[in-house]
Design a protein around this ligand. Structure first.
Ligand SMILES: [Zn+2]
Length: 280
C-alpha cells in the first residue's frame, strides 16, 4: 500500500523512483504497441488492480479513474480472469483491508458506473482501527463493520484477507493455516454465502500458504506482484498492480493498460546481475 499523501512527508527519493517507473512504463507501453502492430494481439489479457484507502478528498479523482475504465468497457468480474476472450484487454478492480473509506467513497461510484469489484476483509478486525496501516492511512480510517460488509451490493464480492492481517510467511504453519481457514469460515457465517477468494496480507506468500489456500477451498488467491494476466497462462495465484486515487493520470492510464507489468522481469534481471557479482 502507498502512504496517503496528506500524512506522508514529502520525499524526493519517492518522487524520483516514481518518475523512473513512469518513464520505463511509457517505453514498455510503446514497445508493446509496436509489437502488437507487427504480430497482432490474439491472446486475451487482464490487469487486476488493488486499492486500499479512498479518502473523501480523493473521491472525485477515484471517480475519474473509474469513468476511464467505464468508457473503455474493460471492467470484468473477478471470476472471469481464468476465461479471457481473445483480442480483449480487461481490468479487474479489487480493494484490500475492507476500509470504511472504501464503503463510503468507492462503493457508490462503482454501483453508479456498474463496475464489479471485490473487497478483501480482515475478519477479526471488522469495526476496528487498522493497526497494520499505521503510518499509511489517515488516523480516522477504520475497518468496515460486520453490518457494512454484509450489506454490500451484489456487484461487490467479498474475499478473505486473513483473521488479523499478519505476514503469513513469518507465522508457524499451524497459525498460518488458522488464519487462512478460520477467516473463510467466519466470513461465510457472516455473509451466508461461499467465500472463494483470498488475498495475501503484505503480498507475502510461499508454497505452504498457497497449498493451504487450495486445501481450504479457495478458487483464486491474489498477490501484490504486478503481473499481466494472460489467457491460458494464469493459474491459482494471480498477480495485481497497485492503484491509488492519487495516481497521476498518465500513471493510472499506463497501469490499466498493463504497462507497469515490466517490474517482475526487472526483478529477475536484478537477481541475475546480483548473483553474477556474488559468484565473482
Ligand atoms: Zn492488507
Amino acid at each position: 500500500m502507498s502512504v496517503t499523501p496528506e500524512i506522508a512527508k514529502p520525499s524526493i527519493a519517492r518522487f524520483v523512483i516514481r518518475t523512473i517507473k513512469l518513464g520505463i512504463s511509457i517505453l514498455y507501453f510503446i514497445w508493446n504497441r509496436f509489437c502488437r502492430m507487427l504480430f497482432g494481439n490474439s491472446v486475451g489479457t487482464c490487469v487486476v488492480l488493488y486499492y486500499h484507502s479512498i479518502p473523501i478528498q480523493y473521491r472525485t479523482r477515484f471517480e475519474e479513474q473509474m469513468r476511464l475504465i467505464a468508457a473503455q468497457k474493460t471492467a470484468i468480474d473477478i471470476t472471469r480472469v481464468g476465461d479471457l476472450p481473445s483480442n480483449t484487454h480487461s481490468v479487474v478492480i479489487t480493494f484490500d483491508d475492507a476500509l470504511q473509506s472504501f464503503a463510503e467513497n468507492a462503493v457508490p461510484v462503482l454501483v453508479r458506473l456498474k463496475i464489479p469489484a471485490t473487497v478483501f476483509a480482515v475478519t477479526d478486525a471488522l469495526g476496528s482501527k487498522p493497526g497494520w496501516g499505521e503510518g499509511y492511512y489517515s488516523p480516522n480510517e477504520r475497518v468496515m463493520s460486520p453490518e457494512q460488509l454484509s450489506n454490500l451490493p451484489d456487484s461487490i464480492k467479498v474475499g478473505s484477507h486473513t483473521l488479523n492481517h499478519p505476514n503469513l510467511t513469518a507465522l508457524s504453519q499451524e497459525s498460518a493455516g488458522e488464519e487462512i481457514n478460520l477467516s473463510r469460515e467466519k466470513l461465510e457465517a457472516l455473509l451466508h454465502r461461499p467465500v472463494n477468494l483470498f488475498s495475501f496480507p503484505h503480498g507475502a506468500f510461499n508454497d505452504f500458504t498457497v497449498q493451504q489456500c487450495k486445501k481450504a477451498g479457495y478458487e483464486l488467491v491474489f498477490t501484490t506482484e504486478p503481473v499481466l494476466v494472460s489467457a491460458g497462462k494464469n493459474g491459482f495465484v494471480v498477480g495485481r498492480v497497485p492503484a491509488d486515487p492519487w495516481d497521476w493520470r498518465t500513471e493510472f492510464y499506463l497501469k490499466v493498460s498493463g504497462a507497469y507489468c515490466w517490474q517482475p522481469f526487472a526483478q529477475v534481471v536484478m537477481r541475475k546481475v546480483r548473483a553474477l557479482f556474488i559468484t565473482k
